[in-house]
Design a protein around this ligand. Structure first.
Ligand code: ZN
Ligand code: ZN
Length: 281
């Protein structure tokens, strides 16, 4: 028996459930109340949560954790909808499954499907544009149109393969880097109330809006949506202020962008310094 289990046993000694007239079987890690089997929402080791605390979230396990009951496709889509439409309640919902791999997988699937749709839509647009060009353009324009059209069809046709080649690796890398940076910032401020796994779970589910990158023009804004969801998720998961959550989700991205811009500036000035001045007449 480990130390944590011992303290729980001691704490439960002779305690009764806060709601029911029976012996308590667990202590809620969120509110600290005693609960019985009937009050138990999540039995994940060291993360037991009571149904009263879970009611502040979705009130039921998140759809992705109910794949057996809902079917994978419906569970996937319902999870995307829940995280995008009510992020605070979504991220307040205690996980009922041990480990974070399935959450990571959800993010990877969202990014990969989003990439596939982007390639397909871009290819179809290019195909239509090229085809129109070839059909109504003058003689000089026709070969260019035909070329563009063919190119578009090839992109659309290969979109699943292109997405599978780039999607999973990018998503996985992005999620792990985002989680590591966010968790690092929160740890620096001593604001971590959850584990690194909890942070990685947030950064994975927050990728759901990437499904919509294919929408022309508006698609580029999904990135802001993802970062916004990360802020809400980090705040709810670590029960910190919005300021710290925002610093954790955005801070390192700003630093990274500045470093990148600074790097380019150094390169540019370095290049300019090596260029000999124009000869004076
Ligand atoms: Zn509770
Ligand atoms: Zn009870």
């Amino acid at each position: 028996m480990n130390a944590a289990a011992e303290t729980t046993e001691e704490a439960l000694d002779g305690a009764t459930c806060g709601t029911h007239e029976v012996a308590a079987t667990f202590v809620c890690t969120r509110c600290g109340d005693f609960g019985c089997a009937e009050c138990l929402f999540s039995s994940v080791k060291d993360k037991s949560v009571c149904t009263r605390c879970a009611a502040k979230g979705l009130g039921e396990p998140i759809p992705w954790e109910r794949r057996k009951e809902l079917g994978t496709t419906r569970a996937f889509w319902r999870t995307c909808k829940a995280v995008m439409s009510s992020p605070a309640r979504f991220f307040r919902t205690p996980t009922t499954q041990d480990g974070v791999m399935m959450a990571v997988l959800h993010g990877v699937i969202a990014v990969t499907i989003g990439l596939f749709l982007s390639y397909a839509v871009a290819g179809i647009f290019l195909g239509i544009a090229g085809g129109t060009f070839a059909a109504i353009g003058d003689e000089a324009a026709q070969p260019i149109g035909a070329l563009l059209g063919t190119y578009g069809c090839v992109i659309a046709g290969f979109s699943p393969i292109l997405a599978l080649m780039a999607g999973p690796a990018n998503a996985l890398f992005g999620q792990v880097v985002a989680a590591a940076a966010a968790h690092g910032v929160l740890a620096l401020g001593k604001k971590t109330k959850g584990t690194f796994e909890d942070t990685l779970r947030v950064c994975s589910y927050a990728n759901a809006p990437y499904l919509f990158t294919f929408v022309p023009l508006l698609g580029s804004f999904t990135w802001f949506w993802v970062v916004g969801l990360e802020v809400v998720g980090l705040r709810e998961t670590h029960r910190c202020g919005t300021d710290w959550a925002a610093a954790a989700a955005i801070g390192y991205r700003v630093v990274f962008a500045l470093l990148l811009i600074g790097g380019y500036a150094v390169l540019l000035f370095g290049f300019l310094a090596t260029v000999p001045p124009p000869p004076t007449p």
